[in-house]
Write a protein that binds this ligand. Structure first.
Ligand SMILES: *[C@@H]1O[C@H](CO)[C@@H](O)[C@H](O)[C@H]1NC(C)=O
Ligand SMILES: *[C@@H]1O[C@H](CO)[C@@H](O)[C@H](O)[C@H]1NC(C)=O
Ligand SMILES: *[C@@H]1O[C@H](CO)[C@@H](O)[C@H](O)[C@H]1NC(C)=O
Ligand SMILES: *[C@@H]1O[C@H](CO)[C@@H](O)[C@H](O)[C@H]1NC(C)=O
Ligand SMILES: *[C@@H]1O[C@H](CO)[C@@H](O)[C@H](O)[C@H]1NC(C)=O
Ligand SMILES: *[C@@H]1O[C@H](CO)[C@@H](O)[C@H](O)[C@H]1NC(C)=O
Length: 704
């Protein structure tokens, strides 16, 4: 039996950052009102309505379930003849979505079996800007790899262009567990094994005057580009680092205006019935309590069915507390830059050169100096201070180049210095720099989590700035089949991680969502290629609230077999510790839980792969937490940690060495204690468990 014991390896990877945390104020989240204030009596609103499970004799078939849900409706049809019932959910929640007036809802609320009702809401897609149309040829030959084989990635988004070459490459038939359908027909469905459209919620919201212009097109076609781009990043024939042998199942639940919760829930319903392995959602909104966040509830039910749910962190950065999708049973993905840029160089008449990016790289624009004025034949767009060092490469009609705010300031100073100001833009094309350290994008939403501050979020970061991927073009236009486009957002970071999850799931088909998540997070890295810590958008070292465990690293993720498992009863014990009522927990988990007979699990004690610890007078500036590691591999293995030193905090790990046989679980405790003077500090660091060339890393953020 092979074994490996490595001890006393200094935690050289540790870099500590120190900053004031007096902004860590708990913010009360608002409950969603049950009815739109001031709505007219006859006005219809879509509600998501939670009720008891159908009685046993109605449970067996879909018609019985639907009949049970219809029995709550005082009125079944609209004047136009359309159904009031939009969806009768099977898995994602215990309940249905229907269009009701306020008066009708009041009747429904009095019925036996009614639990709660929430108005449907629109959730935005997480791209930073509406992209302009541009065709780019794939600039290099992408190699097919055999990775991700047999894994089905479900993408809940704006649909897909099935004819794009990213999705047209022969794969063997899907696994026998697959239960879904592809509505494009057999000719257009190969890698794409599932494609369906669910847009009743969006149509209803549009009819209610709440969704603006919608452009749904023919389902499940993608009229926006977002869904096609995201899907090709997760699993595409031509995209590097994607799971090239994974199958795709696409659930069209969004339009360019966003997606409704009622449609997302039915997308989850279908993904659960179809038996996808990974669900990827590049959407996000402000966070509310878990029981009123239907997306978190649908994600919980999917997790219970063994589906690994991956979400965008949101594009609401860079301020703290801007996360969406931060529940612990799903993976929350932030966005960074990468080592590839679509480069332009701004050269001033005084000889200074500045970094800039532009997607439009016009050949006719020679490097001669031109007068530098406001407006004119070309443009230098300076970002605002909020955007920091993040420069987005955009497609502009004029020769335009974007520079960061501090470069903009330098250029302005040069213009106003009284000299005869001139400038040029040199378009360098795509530049890859091994030494470039990833930086968190200004827009990437930041922790701490409002509704669960004891869990470190976001979980992980991945490339999400200037991402090149498939783009649908109108049929009949030249190059309609092979266009690509560059866009930015945590939307673009999310499918990178979904593809990576498929790479891990493929050789480990029985692993739980928590195990795959643990593998992704403990192999993530907080330093870039050049050994320098990931930066934030201002060039400072990124904190745990910016990057969580760090950036995904495919290389480390395949080698380790020691993981942090979390079961659904662990999550329920955690929900009990949040003080949720019996009704609130019932809405979430779908069955009755008596928290008095459950040993609750505090947030910082959930068996999470990262730590978020608060030291304060109430705990005497000392907190001991226990974690359990499980060896899912066939080999005996052993891992040792050093007691890491944080700035102002000591962390003692006992026992320091854990030896596992195959399948064995082992516990350890970490005691975090304040060792520095003063209070009001937050420090980020890592516990590292090296073994056989890989390091299992646990990111930690400690406040004192
Ligand atoms: C593609 O893969 C083959 C075999 O693994 C390798 O020889 C070739 O260099 C790769 N091509 C590119 C462009 O990466
Ligand atoms: C400003 O620069 C332009 C172009 O180089 C030149 O033609 C012009 O004479 C300059 N004017 C002054 C006042 O230096
Ligand atoms: C871009 O081109 C300019 C002019 O040739 C050159 O000075 C600069 O170094 C180039 N930058 C990169 C990143 O290639
Ligand atoms: C980031 O911005 C700072 C100023 O805020 C600047 O000093 C630094 O050079 C920038 N880094 C990059 C990589 O542009
Ligand atoms: C909940 O559990 C407690 C402790 O086991 C028990 O005393 C109580 O009666 C239970 N409540 C209900 C409603 O079952
Ligand atoms: C460690 O590496 C050695 C040599 O590659 C291998 O034989 C052994 O199985 C590995 N041990 C574990 C626990 O992976």
């Amino acid at each position: 039996m092979a074994s490996c014991v490595i001890s006393s390896v200094p935690i050289l990877l540790l870099h500590f950052i120190l900053f004031f945390s007096n902004r860590l104020v708990a913010v009360q989240t608002q409950e969603i009102p049950l009815a739109t204030p001031g709505s007219q009596g006859s006005r219809l609103t879509t509600y998501i309505i939670h009720v008891d499970a159908p009685p046993p004799h109605l449970r067996a078939d879909p018609e019985g379930r639907e009949a049970w849900h219809r029995s709550f409706l005082p009125v079944h049809l609209m004047d136009s003849g359309e159904q009031r019932l939009l969806y009768s959910y099977e898995h994602a929640i215990t309940g249905f979505a229907a269009r009701l007036t306020e008066e009708e809802l009041a009747v429904v609320r009095e019925m036996d079996g009614f639990l709660a009702a929430y108005p449907d809401e629109l959730i935005p897609l997480q791209t930073t800007h509406s992209p302009e149309y541009l065709k780019l040829q794939a600039s290099r030959v992408w190699n097919n790899s055999n990775y991700g084989e047999g894994v089905i990635i479900g993408v809940l988004d704006s649909g897909i262009n099935p004819d794009h070459p990213s999705f047209v490459c022969d794969l063997p038939p899907p696994p026998s567990t697959w239960k879904g359908q592809c509505d494009f027909g057999p000719d257009r469905c190969n890698r794409l094994i599932g494609a369906r459209g669910f847009t009743l919620g969006l149509r209803a919201m549009h009819a209610e005057g709440l969704a603006g212009e919608i452009s749904l097109g023919k389902a499940p076609f993608d009229p926006t580009g977002h869904g096609t781009h995201v899907a090709s990043t997760a699993a595409g024939c031509f995209v590097d680092a994607a799971a090239a042998s994974a199958y795709l199942s696409v659930y069209k639940v969004c339009d360019s205006v966003g997606c409704t919760k009622s449609d997302i829930l039915v997308g989850f319903d279908a993904a659960i019935s179809d038996r996808v392995h990974v669900a990827s959602l590049s959407i996000g909104t402000s966070s509310s309590d878990f029981y009123s966040d239907m997306v978190a509830v649908g994600g919980f039910r999917a997790m219970e069915e063994g589906i690994f749910v991956i979400y965008a962190a949101g594009n609401y950065g860079p301020s703290p507390h801007t996360l969406s999708n931060d529940s612990p049973w799903q993976l929350t993905v932030g966005a960074t830059t990468m080592d590839r840029s679509i480069r332009a160089t701004v050269g001033l008449g005084n000889g200074l050169e500045f970094y800039s990016e532009s997607l439009h790289q016009p050949g006719y624009f020679g490097p001669t100096q031109r007068p530098l004025v406001l407006g004119g034949s070309s443009m230098i767009l300076a970002d605002t201070v909020r955007e920091g060092n993040t420069t987005l490469a955009e497609a502009h009609v004029l020769p335009v180049s974007r520079v960061s705010s501090y470069v903009g300031l330098a250029i302005k100073q040069y213009i106003t210095s009284g000299s005869n100001a001139t400038a040029t833009i040199v378009f360098n094309g795509t530049v890859t720099e091994e030494q470039l350290t990833p930086a968190v994008a200004y827009f990437s939403s930041r922790g701490p989590s409002i509704r669960s501050p004891g869990i470190l979020k976001p979980d992980i970061v991945a490339p999400g700035v200037n991402i090149l991927a498939a783009w649908p073009t109108p049929v009949g236009t030249p190059d309609a089949q092979s266009s690509f486009f560059v866009i930015s957002g945590t939307s673009m970071a999310t499918p990178h991680v979904s593809g990576m999850a498929a790479l891990i799931k493929s050789p480990h088909p029985t692993w739980s969502p928590a195990a795959i998540k643990s593998m992704l997070m403990t192999s993530a890295n907080q330093v870039g290629n050049a050994g320098k810590r990931i930066e934030d958008h201002l060039g400072n070292p990124a904190s745990g609230f910016d990057v969580g465990a760090g950036k995904v690293d495919a290389r480390g993720a395949i080698d380790t077999s020691v993981v942090y498992e979390i079961t659904s009863s662990d999550y329920i014990a955690y929900l009990c510790s949040l003080g949720y009522t019996r009704l609130q927990i019932l809405i979430m988990v779908g069955h009755d839980v008596n928290c008095s007979s459950v040993i609750s699990i505090k947030e910082d004690e959930l068996n999470y792969p990262t730590f978020r610890i608060s030291l304060n007078a109430a705990n005497n500036f000392r907190r001991e937490v226990t974690r359990t590691l499980t060896n899912l591999g066939p080999l005996e293995t052993s891992r040792t940690t050093l007691n890491p030193e944080f700035v102002g905090v000591s962390a003692t790990v006992l026992p320091a060495t854990l030896t596992f046989s195959s399948g064995e679980k082992k516990q350890y405790t970490v005691t975090f204690a304040k060792s520095g003077a003063g209070t009001g500090f937050t420090v980020s660091g890592l516990l590292g468990w090296p073994c056989n060339g890989t390091i299992l890393r646990n990111a930690a953020v400690v406040s004192y």
